[in-house]
Design a binder for this molecule. Sequence first.
Ligand code: SAM
Ligand code: SF4
Length: 326
Amino acid sequence: MIVDNYNRVHNYLRISLTDNCNLRCFYCMPEEEYAFTAASQLMQKDEIETLAKIFVSLGVNKIRLTGGEPLVRKDAAEIITTLSRLPVKLTITTNGSRLHEFVDTLEQAGVRSLNISLDTLQAEKFQLITRRNQFEKIYDNIQLLLKKDFHVKVNMVVMKGLNDNEINDFVEWTKDQPVHVRFIEFMPFAGNWWTSNKVFPMQQMLNVIKEKYEVVRLQDEKHDTAKGYMVPGHLGTFAVISTMSAPFCSGCNRMRLTADGKMKNCLFSEKETDLLSALRRGEDVVPLIHQSVKAKAKELGGQFTADFEHLHAEDIHNRSMITIGG
Ligand code: SAM
Ligand code: SF4
């Protein structure tokens, strides 16, 4: 078992397959001309498998593939198939643009639930946020996955003045379709234009929704980062991921592996542990994994608190989101 100093058992690993992406969401990838990491510096397929097996031997029972955009990696299908043979719940977070090419692979791998990011239901605004013109493709792919009975969670990063006026459009979407919308509070990462006044906190989201809808609170699972709700009679649900205004660190069971093989014990941790180099030198990485988790801060990487109104993005030392893996 992997346990930290606050008795939190860590059984969930997020593996970033690449820091490459075919979108350019400004809040995730700071620069249009961002230089992606060379393929040779990324974990290779067999290295991902070896590291995943080591984590599984230590008690990991859930793996999420992320990035960057995991499905732009050339051997993504092979990696999905390989990891699906491990005794884990395998899932993926994707921008959805390539899902039509991967439906069969996902079905064969037994992946039944996945997170797809979509911050707006307006094609023009999508272009503004992602600097790419892929709205229709992604929306169609969500429909395709719903038709194939996948459990689809839609991640929407809510940013004040940009898309907070669409919150109820997303709730309305849950009326006739079994989509599970997750409203995410905007988080600060290196160079992502974050300022505290762009955060639209959970309580304000709920106020907006309750002005239009009657809502009921759903029972959360033990390690849920999202607080779940639904409108009675709607086919889908919605939830809020309140990292900034009400962090959920006390129940955290997550560890991260960046695409270049660095372990992060928290999304906001400054320190990283280089598992890939150790693996390539033939060293035992198990003690490194335990050390990393033992060094985990109680809350938010030890870098800030829920008092985010006074936070300045430049005071946080971290990578950009695209190089961490969300
Ligand atoms: N490319 C995939 C995607 O977009 O879903 C996976 C990687 S992306 C980094 C993972 C998730 O992180 C996405 O849902 C994205 O919206 C979210 N994310 C990225 N930057 C964020 C930020 N600054 N605040 C909150 N969520 C963010
Ligand atoms: Fe790419 Fe996902 Fe980041 Fe957008 S949020 S730039 S789709 S990795």
